[in-house]
Design a binder for this molecule. Sequence first.
Ligand code: BMA
Length: 339
Amino acid sequence: MSTVKIIGGSRPNLPWQDRPAGCEAPVWRYTENPVIRRNPIPGVARVFNSAVVPYGEGYIGVFRGEQTDGIPHIYLGRSGDGIRWEFDREMIPFVDENGEPFMPSYAYDPRLVKIKDTYYVIWCQDAYGAALGMAKTTDFKTFTRLENPFLPFNRNGVLFPRKIGGKYMLLSRPSDSGHTPFGDIYLSESPDLTYWGRHRHVMGRASQWWENVKVGGGAAPIETSEGWLLIYHGVTGTCNGFVYSIGGAILDRDEPSRVLYRSGDFLLTPEEWYEERGFVPNVCFPCATLQDADTGRIAIYYGAADTYVGLAFTDVETVVRFIKEHDTADQSDREPGRR
Ligand code: BMA
């Protein structure tokens, strides 16, 4: 019997494979990975770093599609089983509040979060520098842009799936204009999704070697009986460039700038050919999870080598136990992050 509970809905058709015999890792890969391969849409060479949610009986998602001119935009995809995806041929047509076309010149690393009856897409785009963009939809036909939450430079915007203390909560990662050689995760709150403030530090790059350069929010936090389970990316540097692994932390349910536990060991690191080989080698970049509160099962969607989408599995009991057993959160993590 599971003692750690996911707070959320049931999802009996969650994509799933049992942990392979002999595997002791906290997260295991889908054996048929990658689930999205090269050239998945005409004019799109690679899809990766993408986010999905349950929709009706199946699933829907926003996908980073690297076009054949090298520019990323966001494409809509649908799936009955969360594994085989069909994409719209045209990128998502964002509009402004008057319904007029309002497209970012590029858009990448989308997240997709449902709050009540509205779905929010958050991505990185140009706003006189790399900044977060945001839009909302209720029908996946009309995507209305909201104000950009923050000034440049900022990336990795991740909304919490419900208000906390009456406020929307957004994780972000202030950055620079390039392949940022630093980066901590911050939390900001808003009463209306327009004005953001009360900024708090959540967690920084750690002394652990696999995440000693930068960290960034990944999937929308999963509410559990132990706190918010945050699946994030942690980055190290090597003589041949960055290596992106997947980490796990648990944030306080009422004050999520407080890190209760943070695993000093990664949950998953590049190992398979589709993670080690591609446009950018050695990248595992989580952007979404699907979960089933009845069984505690969690499916993690991650970009692999900036080329593919991979799927991996865990369950809430296993991953929370792992994070607690490998906890390295220090006093500054546990504080509310205000100076
Ligand atoms: C980051 C972002 C991600 C990408 C990663 C590795 O800065 O651009 O989209 O997956 O680098 O290239």
